[in-house]
Ligand binder design. Structure first.
Ligand code: FES
Length: 110
């Protein structure tokens, strides 16, 4: 993917502890799940971003301010055994400029 000056940088730690730096545009309507898929990181995202599968579960490691969870996201996360206060569904987070420096870890499958 072509890197643009306007891109934000997101750090993603995968399930094996490998750290990836992703340059991401914020003007294409991409979600955090989308950019992980574009870079072919091991995030399943089986439902394609419908907030139905939770296979895009990740933990937010940075103190980046993110949009509030919807009731749907909250409900799905509460059903997971490995969720905690930093858990989010990557498909529910639309990338914006204020997310520059965001750091996440992809949750392991149970
Ligand atoms: S991709 Fe299925 S809940 Fe996010």
């Amino acid at each position: 993917m072509e890197i643009n000056e306007e891109d934000i940088i997101i750090t993603v730690t995968d399930q094996n502890g490998n750290v990836h730096k992703l340059a991401s545009p914020t003007d294409m309507g991409l979600s955090l799940k989308d950019i992980c898929k574009i870079y072919e990181l091991p995030m399943e995202a089986v439902c394609g971003g419908m907030a139905m599968c939770a296979t895009c579960h990740c933990y937010i490691l940075s103190d980046t301010v993110l949009p509030e969870k919807s009731d749907l996201e909250e409900a799905l996360l509460s059903e997971l055994f490995n969720s905690n206060v930093s858990s989010r569904l990557a498909c529910q987070i639309q990338l914006t400029k204020i997310m520059n420096g965001l750091s996440i870890e992809i949750a392991r499958e149970l």
